[in-house]
Design a protein around this ligand. Structure first.
Ligand SMILES: [Fe+2]
Ligand SMILES: [Fe+2]
Length: 411
């Protein structure tokens, strides 16, 4: 069945513009056009849509109100806003209801690209129950003390100091990257780092965003779950740091190293989704995984394999789905999706995804205290790595040495 998309705008000229621009896609996508939110709600009741693209400012029911209803009653539909521009209040409201944002006049290429990406989300998450649940997520839990530190730092510290704090919390970093990658702010540059991202959005928007995270956040993890969240975040920060060192050692290319850092920070965001949205299953998966490690009669399983068994999807694919839905750059989505199953990755050259794959294995082996500088960590996909350019296998031990050398110098 062709994916169905609904366009909502009061201005007939805008709707005609969409029709013109997307004329060639009519065989691939089933597209409907309506001129009010009321009309959109009627259509949504009658037909199953994959995405709704709506203007924010409409007389009658506004775009934000429309999306609140869609989020609540039809969470499987991806929600994309289109706006002329937005003030801070609207921006924050929008962040709480839409997955992505476009600006008028819409660039035809950007529109097609956004829609193609949203339509390909099913590659990461086929289960419609899971997809409904993830589509409802507006923000992920972050560490309360980091949140507080950040709010204090925003008023008193330099952007460099603020970036340092954000780098401790992948959930806040993901939300900032969602905002900064949206055309709504008109930033057309490639975002190179967290520091770069906050320089682009400025302190006022950052403050409004950080404050809004608390409003959006419906869960307050306690006890054991808090401990797990801390572990995931500490692991993610270390993997980010290691991945940057590995990428720099192997390529000496700053862009790859920066992508590796941000990719490392967000690579396990799917685990945060499982912890916050499927709390019981998170612990069931953990128990089953730990049991499997102690059995001598079977081949050791990885936790992502247990997730597939119990939840039907790995944390990698789950995280990739959310990052893609939020419009984060493709390379970050691919890092989350393939950091364990890198053999499935179509790109057969060294990249930031490879760096995160290696860094993750190094960190996990270290946690299990089996790594020495001469030993390759468990969990590396040797067949994939051997097939790459640049003699990667020969360079991995030197990268691990470098990581050990730089221990304690984590920025
Ligand atoms: Fe992972
Ligand atoms: Fe990991």
């Amino acid at each position: 069945m062709r994916p169905a998309i609904l366009f909502v705008d009061e201005n007939q000229d805008v709707l005609d513009g969409f029709k013109r621009v997307l004329f060639k896609m009519r065989k691939e996508w089933d597209m409907d056009f309506v001129s009010s939110a009321e009309g959109a709600l009627e259509k949504i009741e009658q037909k199953s849509y994959n995405a709704v693209i709506s203007d924010i400012n409409m007389s009658g029911i506004s775009g934000i109100e429309l999306f609140e209803v869609v989020r609540e009653n039809h969470p499987k539909i991806a929600r994309i806003f289109i706006s002329e521009s937005a003030d801070m209040k609207t921006l924050i409201e929008v962040l709480g209801t839409a997955h992505q944002f476009l600006v008028k006049p819409v660039d035809p290429q950007a529109l097609k690209h956004t829609l193609c990406r949203v339509m390909s989300l099913r590659d990461y998450l086929k289960d419609s129950k899971l997809n409904k649940l993830v589509n409802k997520i507006v923000s992920l839990p972050s560490q309360p003390e980091v949140h507080l530190q950040l709010l204090q730092a925003i008023s008193t510290s330099s952007l460099k100091e603020i970036a340092k704090i954000i780098k401790k919390d992948p959930a806040i970093a993901a939300k900032i990257l969602q905002l900064v990658n949206s055309p709504l702010l008109g930033i057309r540059k490639r975002i190179e780092s967290i520091h770069h991202a906050i320089t682009m959005i400025g302190v006022d928007i950052l403050k409004a965003l950080v404050l809004s995270l608390e409003i959006f956040s419906k869960f307050h993890l306690t006890g054991l779950s808090r401990k797990e969240l801390d572990e995931i975040f500490n692991h993610s920060c270390a993997v980010a740091h290691y991945a940057r060192i590995i990428a720099m050692e192997i390529t000496n290319d700053k862009t790859t190293a920066n992508d590796a850092y941000i990719g490392g920070l967000l690579h396990d965001i799917g685990k945060v989704i499982i912890l916050s949205e499927f709390n019981d299953l998170y612990f069931k998966i953990k128990d089953r995984y730990l049991q499997s490690q102690h059995r001598l009669d079977q081949v050791k399983t990885f936790s992502f394999q247990v997730e597939e068994e119990i939840l039907g999807v790995s944390h990698g694919k789950l995280g990739a789905y959310l990052l893609a839905l939020w419009g984060l750059p493709e390379i970050l989505v691919e890092t989350a999706a393939y950091h364990h199953s890198i053999g499935e990755y179509y790109y057969k050259m060294f990249s930031s995804v490879t760096a995160v794959h290696i860094a993750d294995a190094v960190k996990r082996s270290e946690t299990n205290s089996t790594t020495t500088t001469t030993e390759l960590p468990i969990g590396l996909d040797l067949a994939y790595l051997e097939g790459l350019n640049m003699n990667i296998m020969e360079k991995i031990p030197a990268s691990i040495n470098k990581i050990n050398e730089l221990k304690g110098f984590q920025p």
